[in-house]
Design a protein around this ligand. Structure first.
Ligand code: GRA
Length: 385
């Protein structure tokens, strides 16, 4: 077992760290406060190849792999978690197109997603279909060589700014999950409207509700066959879950760094607050949870790079990293006290952003369900496609 990163991976990680610290950090607090979508930064990340690490060169990527993707993602999320969501909105559709798209579809849609010219999204969730993906109601009915999409997608990241992404809908509701299909949709076409929504955290990641009313999608935009949608969706969630796991790891690290810095700077009762054992307990737990999460996230990425099934390992990594982020943000706020609670300092942003990781891309409870059911033999989490 080799725990050393290659020189190439170290260089990629350092590039992402430098970009995050020089270009994202200076305005992160203000961008968060003003809820600004930094399209310029999203496109710069595209220029730097941050979305292309998992995409072959033929389609505009660098093919560096999943380990590169998680290293980049961790560095970006450490500085501003909302910018991590932007990465996921590009690589989620891109990876799914790469896996299930026909050659023509890949040639057409992948390079602009990798560059950041297309601002991506993926529309799965609905008002009554969160954890229960198969409960979605959006339909796609055949109309000549098009489909007419009708329905509402809720909590869709990038909804207010997207011009292209994946939409999942039923082509045959009678077939339950086996009647779901996946489409690539040009979101700049008429028939889709967006109502922007606001959330507790991730303020620089615009989110909203998409309403499709007789929205026309060419039949040529379907991925795979009619009825393949649920399995495509499950495959996609496994990829985007790994990105979230890496993002949570970045937030856990940021919160720990803030706590450590403050412990060494702040004195009370004539000693540095790091000397109090109750704070040492929190620091130790932060370190342990973060390190465990890092090893699990890197292992899941390594398995993906080896083209080995990794759904179970990704769920374990996502759960561990999300809990590590939530713990670290909460502990950091305890250590920083009023300075943590104040909006003048970044810990309250970490706290708000950390919470999202226990909810998105399959909640912590969904990850636990997958892990436990696999262990008990009720479900096989790992599948080969
Ligand atoms: O028997 P079959 O042939 O019909 O197949 C079944 C099963 O074998 C069928 O699907 C197959 N299947 C899979 N196939 C390939 C199940 N899992 C997989 C897989 N991983 N790969 C039905 O299976 P089932 O187990 O009966 O399905 P279910 O109980 O309806 O649902 C399963 C499950 C709960 C795991 C699923 O619905 C799920 O993952 N739910 C969580 C939803 C989720 O993660 N949503 C994320 C929304 S997007 C988002 O959060 C954006 C965040 C943005 C950001 O911050 O980055």
């Amino acid at each position: 077992m080799d725990f050393e990163l290659s020189e190439e991976l170290i260089a990629v990680r350092d590039l992402a760290r430098e970009f995050a610290e020089k270009e994202i950090a200076p305005t992160a607090a203000k961008d968060d406060k003003d809820r600004i979508f930094r399209k310029d930064l999203v496109q710069k990340m595209g220029e730097l190849g941050f979305y292309g690490s998992v995409i072959p060169e033929d389609y505009g990527g660098s093919d560096l792999g999943f380990l590169a993707m998680v290293l980049i993602t961790e560095e970006i999320a450490r500085v501003h978690s909302a910018m991590r969501v932007a990465i996921n909105m590009q690589i989620g559709p891109a990876l799914t197109l790469l896996q299930f798209g026909a050659e023509e579809q890949k040639k057409k849609w992948l390079p602009p997603l990798v560059r950041g010219d297309t601002i991506g999204c993926f529309a799965i969730t609905e008002a009554d279909a969160g954890s229960d993906v198969a409960a979605m109601r959006t339909t796609a009915s055949k109309d000549g060589d098009h489909y007419l999409l009708n329905g509402n997608k809720l909590w869709i990241s990038n909804a207010p700014v997207t011009n292209g992404g994946l939409v999942y809908a039923y082509t045959d509701r009678e077939q339950k999950h086996r009647g779901m299909s996946a489409f690539y949709a040009d979101m700049s076409q008429p028939g889709v409207t967006c109502k922007p929504l606001e959330t507790l955290g991730a303020h620089c990641s615009p989110i909203g509700e998409l309403t499709f009313e007789n929205f026309r999608i060419p039949a040529a935009n379907r991925l795979g066959n009619e009825g393949d949608g649920f399995k495509i969706c499950m495959w996609q969630l496994n990829q985007t879950r790994l990105n979230c796991a890496a993002g949570a790891l970045g937030v856990a690290r940021a919160a720990k760094e803030a706590a450590v810095g403050y412990c060494n700077q702040r004195s009370q009762f004539d000693q540095k607050i790091g000397e109090f054992q109750m704070n040492q307990d929190l620091i130790a737990q932060m370190v342990v949870h973060e390190e465990a999460a890092r090893l699990l996230v890197y292992r899941a990425a390594w398995l993906a790079d080896m083209k080995k099934p990794n759904n179970l390992e990704t769920s374990i990594a996502k759960y561990t990293a999300a809990e590590a982020a939530a713990f670290a943000a909460d502990a950091a706020m305890g250590i920083l006290g009023a300075y943590g609670y104040s909006i003048e300092f970044p810990v309250e942003r970490y706290y708000r952003d950390a919470k999202s990781y226990q909810i998105v891309e399959g909640s912590s409870n969904i990850q636990k369900m997958i892990i436990a059911q696999d262990t008990l033999g009720y479900r096989k989490a790992n599948r080969a496609f």
